[in-house]
Design a protein. Structure first.
Length: 264
């Protein structure tokens, strides 16, 4: 039987999802995906019909894969199309945790580095989640002070999980000749533990196809080994591409993540 969301209490509505109470289990909530897409801290906004379904598929497949790999996540199940059942938070951590393997996007400007620079080890940064302030990045030396002197172990736990998830997904996408460039994830506290929450969809990461079948990805700069023009992620929307094209690229991501169930 389909869930009647008109009969449920809305707890929160964001740019791409709505959270509803689950009257049958107070320790879980429903996460309903929307067709909305935004960029520029919400300044740019459109509706893409069918995006919610594609995002739901991608999110479902990735979280089920991560759960199978032993990652601590909020995901429970996908009871119907566009809907995920997830664990209810004790509290949300208002930080976006960004991990990068290849330099792309904003880091090219503020970090003054060439596109395609490869990071090994991974680079992980914390951004305070606030659209009007444009999600400012926290100073790493102060984060270290908070961990070492204030016992704020949440930061180190988030970094540990981010790195773990990046390496899992980087390896998974590599099976389909795709390089995971970077991503941003979010966290909350559930039952006293730092837990991966929210969504992982085409708006969460950058994905660039390989430029050839056997790319040399251990170089200082890997731009020539990849095909950024064939990107599958939300950068297509940021760059003003046609909405149908944006949706078609997100559908390719869903097709790929749908095969994660067959990976070891």
């Amino acid at each position: 039987m389909a869930i009647d969301f008109n009969a449920l209490r809305k707890l929160n509505e964001g740019k791409t999802k709505i959270i509803y109470a689950n009257p049958d289990d107070l320790k879980s909530v429903y996460m309903l995906f929307k067709d909305d897409i935004t960029a520029g801290d919400g300044v740019k906004h459109d509706i893409i019909q069918g995006k919610a379904f594609v995002d739901w598929q991608t999110n479902r497949d990735i979280f089920e894969y991560l759960n199978r790999k032993g990652v601590c996540t909020h995901y429970i199940s996908a009871p119907q199309e566009r809907v995920c059942l997830v664990k209810k938070l004790d509290r949300k951590i208002d930080i976006e945790v960004v991990t990068r393997r290849v330099a792309a996007g904003s880091i090219l400007k503020w970090g003054d580095m060439p596109e395609g620079k490869r990071f090994d080890p991974l680079v992980t940064q914390y951004h305070y989640k606030d659209d009007p302030l444009h999600d400012p990045m926290l100073d790493q030396s102060y984060v270290n002070f908070m961990v070492n002197n204030k016992g704020a172990t949440e930061y180190s736990e988030m970094r540990k999980i981010n790195d773990q998830v990046f390496e899992i997904l980087e390896e998974a996408f590599a099976n389909f000749q795709i390089q995971l460039i970077d991503f941003k994830l979010e966290y909350g506290i559930i039952d006293g533990k730092v837990t991966l929450i929210d969504e992982i969809t085409g708006g969460s990461f950058r994905l660039w196809p390989y430029a050839n079948e056997e790319p040399k990805l251990n170089q200082e700069n890997v731009l020539s080994e990849l095909n950024p023009a064939g990107r599958l992620d939300k950068d297509n929307y940021r760059m003003g591409e046609d909405l149908d094209m944006v949706q078609s690229k997100f559908a390719v991501i869903a097709e790929i993540t749908g095969k994660f169930k067959d990976l070891p």
